[in-house]
Write a protein that binds this ligand. Structure first.
Ligand SMILES: C[S@@+](CC[C@H](N)C(=O)[O-])C[C@H]1O[C@@H](n2cnc3c(N)ncnc32)[C@H](O)[C@@H]1O
Length: 208
């Protein structure tokens, strides 16, 4: 489970409504085909899951925040191609394989051991040629170093963040059995209020 479940539960109690999709979701959209299945790991208030579902993709959003998940399942009960499940995305167990798996700003919520477990789960749950889309904070983030350092590159402020180093992260993705098709680390990809963090985006593929 995330190191900061209580923080996220409180956050989504005040941000229940899925508002605009992220810039990353708009970037990912052209890679998706309708009728295919997508898992979102750490969907929060579901803004990106709902955006993909409106494009005709069959979406399941996972998050640990059960109140928010209940709220979304009620709100979107008439949508046939979207559902939300409460759960720890680092320990989801066996599920049907999907064409796409999507993770935005969630892999830095978990420790290294959980990340490696999640990468292996992704490899085991992608269909052949399936794509894994990741956006995550990097060690070049302005927030790096703020708070108590609890593990390598991991700091706790009001919640836990573990900043990722691009090259070693790519090695772990490859070790899990995925091919990296696209990688970038840059500012300008995920501006939020006064922040413009240097983030990592990756598209990886499972080739059986
Ligand atoms: C920064 S928010 C991002 C939400 C969404 N992906 C977005 O971009 O709007 C991180 C989300 O990941 C969820 N999360 C973090 N660790 C988790 C875990 N181990 N299992 C399930 N959800 C988790 C949190 O509850 C929170 O909703």
């Amino acid at each position: 489970m995330s190191e900061s479940k209580a923080y996220w539960e409180a956050y989504y109690a005040n941000h229940k409504e899925p508002k605009n999709e992220s810039m990353f979701a708009r970037f990912v959209k052209p890679f998706l085909h309708s009728q295919k299945s997508l898992y979102e790991l750490g969907c929060g208030n579901g803004r990106d899951s709902i955006f993909f579902a409106k494009e005709g993709v069959n979406v399941t959003g996972f998050d640990q925040c059960n109140n928010e998940i209940d709220y979304l399942n009620t709100k979107f009960e008439d949508f046939e191609n979207i559902s939300f499940e409460e759960g720890d995305f680092t320990s989801l167990g066996s599920k049907p394989k999907a064409q796409y798996i999507y993770s935005r700003f969630t892999l830095h919520s978990i420790n290294l051991e959980s990340e490696i477990r999640t990468l292996n789960w992704v490899t085991n749950h992608l269909l052949p040629s399936g794509l894994f889309f990741i956006e995550v904070r990097s060690i070049k983030d302005e927030l790096y170093g703020i708070g108590n350092e609890v593990e390598k590159d991991a700091f706790v402020t009001d919640h836990y963040r573990r900043f990722l180093e691009l090259n070693s992260f790519i090695e772990r993705i490859k070790d899990a059995g995925l091919n990296v098709l696209y990688k970038i680390q840059s500012r300008g990809l995920a501006p939020f209020k006064t922040e413009d963090p240097e983030v990592i985006r990756i598209i990886a593929q499972y080739n059986s």
